[in-house]
Write a protein that binds this ligand. Structure first.
Ligand code: COA
Length: 336
C-alpha cells in the first residue's frame, strides 16, 4: 500500500525516541574463534565490526523497557496515558502473551491496547503505519511503538553465513498528534514467495519444537543470503522512489536517510541508486550489526542524540525483512 497522507485531518508525528543495547559486545575477532571466518571478510562483505548480545536472562521485553521509558520521557508522556502499545519483534518473550502486553504492564500502561506485530526487519515501519492510522483517526492519542530483538537466541552460532550478521537491541518511539510537520507518507508491501529465503522453520504450528526439530536445528534462523541480498538491493530503491514520488518530493528534499541496517553494501547500493548525498545517511551497522525491527528506532535515537534531527528535518526511512516485507516512511521531524 502507498499513500501521501499529508493532506489528512490530524498531523501525526514522533514526539520522543529511545534506545537500549545490551552491554556485552561480540567483536569480529570473537567470531573468528567460533566459526571459520575473519574480521576482514565480515567487514568488507557487511560493514559490521561488532554487535551487542543480550544476557542469558534478558528477553525482548527487558530490552524494550529502558528504550520505551527513554522515549516516553523525551515525549513528556506519562506511561499511564498510553492508549496503544505495539511491539514489533521476531523474538518475543514467548509465543503468548504478547510482549506488547508484558511491556505495557511493566511500564504501568494498564488498559492500553497492546499487542505484537511480526514483519521481520520491517516491523518498526509497519508499527509506525499502524500507530499513524490509529492516531490520525482519533482512535489513539498517545501510542508507543517499539522494535525489540534478541536475535542471538535464534541464531545458529555454528552457521557462519548468518551468525556474523545479527545483534540484539531495542528502540522505541512515541507517536502523537503534532501541530506542525509529521508523517507525510508510507509505502509498505510484502512478497510471501520469498518467505522461505529468511525464516525460522520450527516453533510455530507448522513444525512444533520436537527433538526431531532440534536435531535439524530448525529453531534457528535459516537464510538464503544471496537471494535476500538481491531482493533487498532492489526493493530499498523502488520503495523509497515510489514513496517520494507519491509525496511530490525528490531525493534532494531528504535531509536524513535512516535505512534498516542489514548490510552496508545494501545501504551503499540504495544511496548510490537513489542519488542520495552519502553525508545524509545514518550508519551504525558497524557497532550493532542487524538488529532487525530495532535498527531504525536505534538509528533515530542516535540521530536525535547527535543533533541530526531538528525541527523541520525531512527524514526518509526504509526497511526490508522476513516475509519478505518492505516499507518506507517519509516525514518532517517536529521538536517540542
Ligand atoms: N566468513 C568467511 N566466508 C564466508 C562467510 C563468513 N562468515 N560466510 C560465507 N562465506 C563464504 C561462502 O561460503 C562463499 O564461499 P565459496 O565461494 O567458497 O562458496 C563465499 O564466502 C561467498 O559467499 P556469498 O554468500 O556469495 O557471500 P556474499 O557476498 O553474498 O555475502 C551475506 C553473504 C550473507 C553477507 C550477503 O549475502 C547478505 O548480506 N545477504 C543479505 C542478508 C540480510 O541482509 N539478511 C537480513 C535481511 S533483513
Amino acid at each position: 500500500m502507498i499513500g501521501n497522507v499529508s493532506g489528512n485531518g490530524i498531523a501525526v508525528g514522533i514526539t520522543g525516541v529511545g534506545a537500549y543495547a545490551p552491554e556485552k559486545v561480540l567483536t569480529n575477532a570473537d567470531l573468528e574463534t567460533m566459526v571459520d571466518t575473519s574480521d576482514e571478510w565480515i567487514t568488507t562483505r557487511t560493514g559490521i565490526r561488532e554487535r551487542r548480545i543480550a544476557a542469558p536472562e534478558q528477553a525482548a521485553s527487558d530490552l524494550a523497557l529502558p528504550a520505551a521509558r527513554q522515549a516516553l520521557e523525551a515525549a513528556g508522556v506519562d506511561p499511564k496515558e498510553l492508549d496503544l502499545v505495539v511491539v514489533a519483534t521476531a523474538t518475543p518473550d514467548m509465543l503468548f502473551p504478547a510482549t506488547g502486553a508484558l511491556l505495557a504492564e511493566e511500564l504501568g500502561a494498564r488498559g492500553a491496547a497492546a499487542y505484537d506485530l511480526l514483519a521481520g526487519c520491517t516491523g518498526f515501519v509497519y508499527a509506525l503505519a499502524q500507530a499513524y492510522g490509529a492516531v490520525a483517526t482519533g482512535l489513539s492519542r498517545q501510542a508507543l511503538i517499539v522494535g525489540t530483538e534478541v536475535l542471538s537466541k535464534i541464531t545458529n552460532w555454528n552457521d557462519r553465513g548468518t551468525c556474523i550478521l545479527f545483534g540484539d537491541g531495542a528502540g522505541a518511539a512515541v507517536v502523537q498528534p503534532v501541530e506542525r510537520g509529521g508523517i507525510l507518507g508510507f509505502e509498505l508491501g510484502a512478497d510471501g514467495s520469498g518467505g522461505p529465503d529468511l525464516c525460522v522453520p520450527a516453533g510455530g504450528s507448522r513444525q512444533p519444537i520436537t527433538s526431531g526439530a532440534l536435531e535439524e536445528e530448525a529453531q534457528f534462523i535459516k537464510m538464503n543470503g544471496a537471494e535476500v541480498f538481491r531482493f533487498a538491493t532492489r526493493i530499498m530503491v523502488t520503495s523509497a522512489e515510489e514513496l517520494l514520488a507519491a509525496c511530490g518530493a525528490g531525493v534532494e528534499d531528504v535531509d536524513l536517510y535512516v535505512p534498516h541496517q542489514a548490510n552496508k553494501r545494501i545501504i551503499d547500493h540504495a544511496v548510490k541508486n537513489l542519488g542520495l548525498d552519502p553525508g545524509k545517511v545514518l550508519l551504525n551497522i558497524d557497532r550493532y550489526g542487524n538488529t532487525s525491527s530495532a535498527s531504525i528506532p536505534i538509528g533515530l535515537a542516535e540521530a536525535r542524540e547527535d543533533g541530526l534531527l531538528a525541527e523541520g528535518t525531512r527524514v526518509l526511512m526504509s526497511a526490508v525483512g522476513a516475509g519478505l516485507t518492505w516499507g518506507s516512511v517519509y516525514m518532517t521531524w517536529t521538536e517540542g
